[in-house]
Design a protein around this ligand. Sequence first.
Ligand code: ADP
Ligand code: MG
Length: 406
Amino acid sequence: MLSAAGVGWPDGGSAPLPYVTGLGWPAAQRGISSSQSPEQASSKRGAESVSVNGQEDLSLPGSDRVRNALAAAVSRGTLDVVASTGEMSGAHGSGGDRMSADPVVPDAEVVVPDAPVTTSGDTPIARAAEAAVGVRGGAKREPWPRPARCRIMTIANQKGGVGKTTTAVNLAASLSQHGVRVLVVDLDPQGNASTALDVDHHVGRDSVYNVLVDERPLSEIVTEVEGMPGLFCAPATIDLAGAEIELVPMVARESRLNRSIEQLDMTNFDYVLIDCPPSLGLLTVNALVAAEEVLIPIQCEYYALEGLEQLLRTVELVRGHLNAGLRVSTILLTMYDGRTRLATQVADDVRSHFGDVVLQTIIPRSVRVSEAPSYGQSVITYDPASTGAVAYAEAARELAYRAVTA
Ligand code: ADP
Ligand code: MG
């Protein structure tokens, strides 16, 4: 089992790695990507010569630094890889904090490329129009496919402020509006997902803390989100901050969330989305052990790539020791600002390295997205016609259709 001291995870990420097979990246991504030079792509020496921890060569043009950081981040996954495009997989996240919302900046243009699966004559613009109409009239929404069995996805990224919570809440809200039942498990002591879904999470109420520490059944704390049929939340209170420490001496400390989810009547849910805190502690490890899939939101900024290497390594560790079924299934590009070349560069390079794992839909920066939580709402209900809402709805749709085509 994990040998880490303290909260039970690699000290500084330097734990010696036993050989672990790849993360399941698509085989096609093993080759040289169109935006890479052969030198960068053909061996791991490019990765080894580049640090992703702030040591990058600042004399390089920005685009080269982006590529180098990415090469370092994915080097392990792109060598010795087991191909499994479209398979369900898992990942995790955590990390430092960087606020990215800038309410002064107007909404970036929404990027909604053609989704890989479309229904007859259906286009993103038509769906955006439908969304706009839906605000006022409550147009009938097309039901989306429900997976044959519940998909358990951990939304993780090493860094804070990359859109984990926003992604969890808005994908969940979109899915639930289309007849898909979703449970959001708030695993961040800050309780941001609980706030955004307007679920009571005052100190003292039973929460995910009691599930992890007191082995309280998860079903007892699950609350249906008001006004959103089919959307449920297991709230987090600030007590959860103590759980990182309290869990350390406990039996099966890494698997406690997994056990409580196993005891849940899964026929009630189509998706469980676990919103991780920004750290690599025991809470995040619990989320990774409980899930089959990892969804990594990546902010379209250069530094957003820096944590990826450690994140992917952590996924490998969990996969190798605690949860062999874990796969990184989905990457979502967030907070895209099409006016900056860097955002475009990051998006292109992430896509060229990770291929089909990256959802076609890119989430733009949108003032409405950042405003919604203060009203206890997802942007999907707060302003369904906004660029952010349309993009999240589109991303959720991709996710739902991928489940049946994978
Ligand atoms: P994390 O959970 O990874 O820490 P959050 O989802 O809380 O990140 O997002 C960090 C901040 O950025 C929040 O204030 C959120 O409202 C804002 N934000 C997230 N996505 C967007 C977006 N697409 N456009 C504008 N602001 C965003
Ligand atoms: Mg969060």
